[in-house]
Design a protein around this ligand. Structure first.
Ligand SMILES: [Zn+2]
Length: 82
């Protein structure tokens, strides 16, 4: 199941755009409810690549901020723990 990254509306399976706000579902690649690996893109312009659960970095990954800062290591519930 996928949810819109902007407004949180549940996306219809296979939908290319959020029915509510029109955000392309392709902004989130490989999203699943179960632990997975892939890329997440955040509203603040940062993005994350690695292990995640339910839109939040969970596990080993790398987050790159819009200003170029990088956090690389372990994340729990979206927070960098090192
Ligand atoms: Zn939306």
């Amino acid at each position: 199941m996928a949810f819109c990254i902007k407004c949180g509306t549940q996306l219809v399976d296979g939908a290319n755009f959020c029915a509510k706000c029109g955000t392309p579902s392709s902004e989130v690649l490989g999203y699943t409810d179960t632990p997975s690996k892939g890329k997440l893109k955040f509203k603040d312009g940062s993005y994350y690549e690695g292990e995640y659960i339910n839109y939040k970095p969970n596990g080993i990954g790398k987050k790159t901020f819009a200003n170029g800062d990088v956090q690389e290591g372990r994340f729990e519930n979206g927070e960098f723990v090192g």
